[in-house]
Design a protein around this ligand. Structure first.
Ligand SMILES: Cc1cc2nc3c(=O)[nH]c(=O)nc-3n(C[C@H](O)[C@H](O)[C@H](O)COP(=O)(O)OP(=O)(O)OC[C@H]3O[C@@H](n4cnc5c(N)ncnc54)[C@H](O)[C@@H]3O)c2cc1C
Length: 513
């Protein structure tokens, strides 16, 4: 019997009211429920729109998909896996790990699959969240959004795309039923996913046309099999695995100096990347196209041993002109001088990333004043307190919310920090008999002013590129500006001074903490 067989499916009725509703079953949702259960909180429901748990690692099954932070760090501290087979494990292994963790920590008992959160409204009179889902409504005292920063694919709205007669799909929804063998394939995008699947597409396809807007910096990938002896050691001596994890963490944290404090040291990594490019791409014209013109780190640094090599093969063309139109059997690009070129293709694969700075869930969650989170953010900018709590949205915690992404280390570390914070907030609600907590607007504003100041001068803001780290106004709403241990220290305890609270007896009146 598989874990999926044991998971409750859409036929199980939703409860009418719960203490905590968690949305999403990626690392964030699974970690939240596992920790809640460990603390004895089990009046919990988990809403998941997909038909399995796993989030990112359920959806991204494209060939070559793997993590780019070493697995012994890119995993939950309370659920160590001594059996990772590679330093950078492939997607099926990470997905299996998440399913196993959901089962061993009892998370699956709370999960309702194929259940999408379609609306959430804070009822200020009753101090409760009214949740609408694709399978019915329910009430929740506390709402935890673990909906992921990279869970909603972004496909450019190209003129004529609907008229295309061949197959099209996004890397996060790979069409495994579609055989690319012998086809003329267009790939749009050269980000973290594309560099993983492009070598596989190149090997299968007759021709590959790669549309590149900006060349990424690519460093060699130090991936290797983890030996049986190492795995046996990690199994028998858990401390050895912990030490290994601590070592990876420390090395990765040291990178933050180059990203934020001394960006000129990135020149060293750039030299390595240029050497890597020279070694794998003999053609100087192609090499020039693939050479980035901004500081390394400004966009996500990519790791690959076979991407450049694949682009040097016969039948591959790298197009740096903009894609302007799709015809029934072709993609049209346009050079800066207006010259248009028609590229005949059978299939278009989009490696165009995700809706990071405009998450869809923000359009369905309504706070105290009835306005959506997206509406608030459109006016004030995407912002939160500690990347999780938002003024005007009582008892809401948005995991991996604004400014919690990382360019240098494992996002799972941030998730675990935030889950600890949610638990501390819940404990505060319970011990004080409170109905709700909501960040003070002045505290949230001051927090974000400081955050934006800290981001000034970092490679992400001043590295000379445009990236998904920045919103439409050029404001960095996605990344945490410094070491992750400072974030963990900041959220280690719940500070009631930062919040407005309401007691259960005085639900209609705001009282100071
Ligand atoms: C290909 C790829 C590789 C990556 N590699 C790394 C890496 O090496 N290191 C790293 O640190 N990070 C990496 N990331 C980032 C990764 O997204 C995070 O590390 C982490 O997996 C996020 O977990 P999450 O639980 O927050 O979100 P997700 O894993 O995205 O889970 C969100 C869940 O919420 C569900 N959901 C969303 N909206 C709704 C709704 N309205 N109703 C119900 N359910 C909903 C989704 O179906 C999904 O299951 C990678 C991302 C991608 C796409």
């Amino acid at each position: 019997m598989t874990v999926l067989d044991q998971l409750p499916v859409a036929t199980r009725p939703l409860p009418s009211r719960v203490r905590v509703a968690v949305v999403g079953t990626g690392f964030a949702g699974i970690a939240t429920v596992a920790r809640l259960r460990a603390q004895g909180v089990d009046d919990v429901v988990v809403l998941e729109r997909g038909d399995d748990v796993g989030g990112t690692w359920r959806d991204n099954s494209y060939p070559g998909c793997a993590c780019d932070v070493p697995s012994h760090m890119y995993s939950l501290s309370f659920a160590p896996n001594p059996d990772w087979t590679r330093t950078f494990s492939p997607q099926p292994e990470i997905h299996a790990y998440l399913r196993r963790t959901a089962r061993t920590h009892g998370v699956h008992e709370h999960v309702h699959l194929r259940t999408e959160l379609t609306g959430a409204r804070w009822d200020d009179a009753r101090q409760v969240w009214h949740l609408q889902t694709s399978r019915g409504d329910l009430l929740a005292d506390v709402l935890v959004l673990g909906t992921g920063g990279l869970s909603d694919p972004s496909v450019p709205s190209l003129p004529g795309l609907d008229s295309f007669r061949g197959a099209t799909f996004h890397s996060a929804a790979w069409d495994h039923g579609h055989d690319l063998t012998g086809e003329r394939v267009a790939v749009v995008g050269t980000g973290a996913s594309a560099i993983q699947f492009v070598p596989h597409v190149q090997r299968a396809a007759a021709t590959l046309t790669l549309f590149q807007r900006t060349a990424p910096w690519v460093l060699p990938r130090r991936d290797r099999a983890i030996t049986r002896a190492e795995r046996a050691l990690f199994r028998r001596v858990p401390a050895a695995q912990k030490l290994n994890r601590a070592g990876i963490y420390a090395v990765r944290e040291s990178w933050i100096v180059g990203f934020t404090k001394q960006t000129s040291v990135m020149a060293v990594a750039e030299a390595v990347a240029r050497w890597h490019l020279r070694r794998q791409v003999p053609d100087p014209v192609l090499r020039d196209k693939l050479t980035p013109r901004y500081r390394l780190g400004c966009k996500r640094v990519l790791l690959s041993n076979d991407y450049y090599r694949a682009l040097s093969q016969p039948g591959v063309e790298v197009v740096t002109d903009a894609v302007v139109e799709v015809l029934p059997r072709a993609v049209v690009s346009q050079a800066s001088d207006g010259t248009r070129t028609t590229h005949e293709v059978d299939t278009i694969v989009f490696g165009t990333g995700f809706r990071v700075t405009d998450p869809p869930v923000a359009h369905v969650v309504r706070g105290r004043d009835g306005r959506t989170l997206a509406g608030h953010w459109a006016e004030h900018g995407m912002a939160a307190l500690h990347g999780a709590a938002i003024a005007g949205f009582p008892n809401l915690f948005f995991l991996v919310g604004p400014n919690t992404g990382l360019g240098h280390n494992s996002v799972v570390h941030v998730i675990e920090s935030q889950v600890g914070y949610v638990l501390a907030a819940l404990a505060h609600l319970d011990t004080r008999g409170l109905a709700s907590v909501e960040p003070r607007q002045d505290v949230q504003d001051a927090y974000n002013v400081q955050l934006q100041q800290d981001l000034q001068g970092t490679v992400w803001n001043a590295g000379g590129c445009s990236s998904w780290y920045l919103d439409a106004h050029g404001r960095n709403t996605t990344l945490w500006p410094t070491f992750t241990w400072t974030f963990r220290r900041q959220v280690r305890r719940f500070d009631p001074e930062e919040y407005l609270v309401r007691t259960r007896d005085e639900q209609s009146e705001q009282v100071p903490a």
